[in-house]
Design a binder for this molecule. Structure first.
Ligand SMILES: Cc1ncc(COP(=O)(O)O)c(C=O)c1O
Length: 483
């Protein structure tokens, strides 16, 4: 297979990493106001077809290279937002382009299979070389799906299938179960709940939207399930100066999880699953300790609640490990781990008891996309060959140190630098200042993202190096001086 060919070249030292993109621009270059005239014109045209309010600028993906995103007006940005944290190796990575062009794979792209019913002959091999090759320790089963929300939705459904299987003592559903579910009534449509946390984001599909609790705009006007919300820890930084406060936050959160599970059980609406992000990303990059997550898992086990870890944004390397939850040293794997974004395909890993024993319980037309798995296979090989996780850990340390130094120099503007690997963020004194910093950095050629109420999130590619870091900090410093 194509991806294996690259391993033959041997291991390249970190110092040569940048050579991956021989034609990457030397730095950003901004030649128009952003958005530029072409972007503005295109936005107007798009608005006549669909709502385009959230479009920042139109990109020229053919011209974009490596860590640099080129827009239709010829501006070149150092991209530290990476398509909402979803591209792993930058733009037009040569080996990914090769993989996409390989004639062996073209037919799977142009004749897209319904993967659940008519899989490709090499599906097992491709899965083994991609998702299984980087599976979280102890989780050897995986289901591919479409997007992050769809992955969470189906992990939740798997937890419910299992819950009801246990409740029926493993017996098949009764005629009453089958008839009542057609009317959305009990017992076939059971009152089961999913617990999520304040500030969480798990997607915008109907089931996941009830679990999402980051911003009103996501939820407004949509009906929701009666599912509980627990408090998530809100740490103070620096961590070493706020040990007692943060430990108290963990305790309060765990207490609120216990209370909510008991409360819902008492009203015969048991919690079948709990879903949690390793870092609450969209909600503002809220972290919690390994100790907290170990206790959370133990609590789920005690209460017979499936423990689902949503690694849609943290998975795929930005934490310095394939999976952010690896840092928690759990005594056993989570029940399910969901992914999308940097993994290029949606899906979830699961323990054997969550494998449905009937077909079509977890199903849709496409159930993923083999062409994405082929690309992921190459991503996995490149990440391993180029030691990109090691690079992320080392660049991430410098990124966090740099952010801490910035907040020391601009304490009125910045606080609470935090992160794991290059998955970093910093809070601003208010949303207006945050938005101004992001806008002015874009004018300097550095593309950053926002999260939560007033935070800037840093989501570079796995190929982001110290050279890129220096360019980013230079732009940030230039902007901060003007505020
Ligand atoms: C943690 C998390 N879960 C789920 C999702 C939803 O993923 P998607 O937008 O692919 O549906 C996101 C998207 O940002 C996310 O960050």
């Amino acid at each position: 297979m194509l991806a294996r060919r690259f391993l033959a070249g041997g291991v390249r030292p970190l110092s040569q990493l940048a050579a991956t993109y021989k034609d990457e621009p030397a730095g950003p270059s901004v030649v128009t106001k952003v958005p530029g005239p072409k972007s503005q014109q295109l936005k107007q045209s798009l608005e006549s077809i669909q709502s385009s309010g959230q479009v920042k600028f139109f990109a020229d993906y053919a011209k974009s290279r490596g860590n640099y995103l080129v827009d239709v007006d010829g501006n070149v940005f150092l991209d530290v937002y990476t398509q909402i944290s979803s591209l792993p190796l930058g733009y037009n990575h040569p080996e990914l382009v090769d993989a996409a062009l390989n004639p062996e794979h073209v037919s799977a792209m142009v004749s897209r299979p319904s993967l659940g019913s008519f899989p490709t002959a090499d599906l097992v091999e491709t899965l083994n070389n991609s998702l299984i090759a980087v599976a979280p320790k102890g989780l050897g089963l995986v289901q591919t799906l479409m997007c992050g929300a769809c992955s969470n939705e189906n992990a939740i459904k798997s937890a419910m299938v299992r819950h009801m299987f246990d409740k029926r003592g493993g017996k098949p559903p009764t005629a009453e179960d089958l008839a009542s579910c057609m009317e959305n009534k009990e017992p076939g449509t059971p009152n089961l709940a999913v617990l999520s946390f304040d500030g969480s984001f798990h997607g915008r599909s109907f089931g996941t939207l009830t679990c999402t609790r980051s911003k009103p705009m996501h939820k407004l006007d949509f009906p929701a399930f009666d599912w509980p919300m627990a408090k998530f820890p809100r740490y103070k930084y620096p961590l070493n100066k706020n040990v007692d406060y943060n430990a108290q936050q963990d305790k309060q959160s765990l207490q609120s999880v216990r209370e909510k599970i008991d409360e819902w059980a008492a009203k015969s609406h048991p919690v079948a699953a709990l879903i949690v992000e390793p870092v609450q990303a969209e909600g503002g990059d809220h972290h919690a300790s390994g100790d907290y997550f170990r206790k959370l898992q133990a609590l789920c086990k005690e209460k017979n609640v499936a423990f689902i870890v949503d690694e849609v944004q943290t998975g795929g390397g930005p934490s310095g490990a394939w999976w952010a939850h690896e840092a928690w040293n759990l005594p056993e794997p989570p029940d399910m781990v969901t992914f999308a974004k940097k993994m290029l395909t949606g899906g979830f890993y699961f323990k054997p008891q969550y494998k449905p024993d009937q077909p079509y319980r977890i199903f849709n037309t496409w159930m993923g996309d083999p062409s994405k798995l082929v690309l992921l296979e190459t991503v996995v090989d490149v990440v391993k060959r180029d030691h990109l996780l090691r690079s992320v850990a080392s660049v991430g340390e410098k990124l966090l140190k740099g952010l801490e130094a910035l907040q020391d120099r601009y304490p009125a503007l910045l606080n609470s630098a935090r992160g794991i690997g290059t998955f970093c963020s910093i809070s601003c004194c208010d949303a207006k200042t945050r938005d101004a910093i992001i806008e002015k950095c874009l004018a300097q050629g550095v593309h950053l993202g926002a999260c939560g109420e007033a935070a800037i999130r840093f989501r570079p590619f796995l190929t982001f190096t110290e050279k890129h870091l220096a360019i980013m900090f230079n732009a940030l410093e230039t902007v901060l001086k003007t505020l």
